[in-house]
Ligand binder design. Structure first.
Ligand code: BGC
Length: 249
């Protein structure tokens, strides 16, 4: 049995648990520590190290990050401190924890987990996972293989003659802060999803993030041609996907 610690860095919480990567199940209850104010790299690294100590974990650790990650370097920071841009975060976390850390984008991690163990299990074609939370994350998976860092939350849409960034208009945070009803939000999400459909012609759309728990509220209101399902692993997807990724490096 291969046990790897998965850690999911989010805007409000940093969550971790050991994962059996053969079954995609957590082997201990997950622990959540609030994300330090400002989400600066050094402070986040300390929380990651605290989680490693908490689980007395030795060996590989998979960690997610809510931005572009290329070969361990964080290249964007839409919703976290800008000091992450260009940082070798993989090396920072490896030093902070004393363990071998592997880092990937948060939506990519969720996509890997859903494709292997969740809503995309058995899909042989193109599956596209979109997470609606603070921002909009995306994971493109073809025949089980991830094409990382697609960043489809930053696509531009035309709304009333203006160009708007998809995640600034249709994320779950926007739904909450603008107090949008489900009907209005679903209309926005449908416009965005139709655009993504036109670009990628996926076989399956998986909707993740916080809203996947409330699928009965929005699923009947979304208008797309593609088969669309809510994510199955909900708030464990990032942890499981991070561990899975680390186990395969
Ligand atoms: C970031 C993505 C991330 C998504 C969800 C976006 O703002 O650019 O990298 O996956 O938010 O956290």
């Amino acid at each position: 049995m291969s046990i790897i610690l998965g850690i999911d860095i989010g805007g409000s919480g940093i969550k971790g648990a050991p994962v059996n990567t053969k079954t995609g199940t957590l082997t201990a209850e997950r622990v959540r520590i609030p994300t330090p104010e400002g989400a600066r790299a050094q402070d986040v690294a300390e929380v990651v190290a605290e989680l490693v100590r908490h689980f007395k974990h030795e060996g590989s650790v998979g960690v997610t990050f809510p931005g572009v990650v290329q070969h361990g370097v964080t290249l964007s920071a839409a919703n976290v401190d800008k000091g992450w841009i260009g940082l070798d975060a993989d090396a920072l976390f490896t030093r902070a924890t004393g363990q071998d850390v592997k880092l990937l984008n948060d939506a990519d991690a969720a996509g890997l987990a859903e494709a292997r163990f969740g809503a995309g299990k058995g899909e042989r074609g193109v599956a596209l996972l979109l997470t609606f939370g603070t921002g909009i994350g995306s994971a493109l998976i073809s025949g089980g293989v991830l094409i990382p860092n697609t960043e489809l939350g930053h696509l531009t849409l035309e709304v009333g003659g203006n160009a708007v960034e998809a995640e600034s208009w249709a994320s779950d945070r926007v739904r909450e802060t603008q107090d949008l009803g489900w009907k209005v939000w679903a209309k926005r999400a449908s416009k965005y999803l139709q655009h993504v459909e036109m670009l990628f012609s996926p076989d399956l759309l998986i909707i993740g993030g916080g809203i996947s728990k409330k699928a009965e509220k929005w699923q009947p209101l979304i208008e797309v041609k593609t088969k669309l399902v809510p994510a199955a692993l909900q708030n464990e997807a990032g942890i499981v996907g991070a561990a899975l990724y680390a186990s395969e490096q």
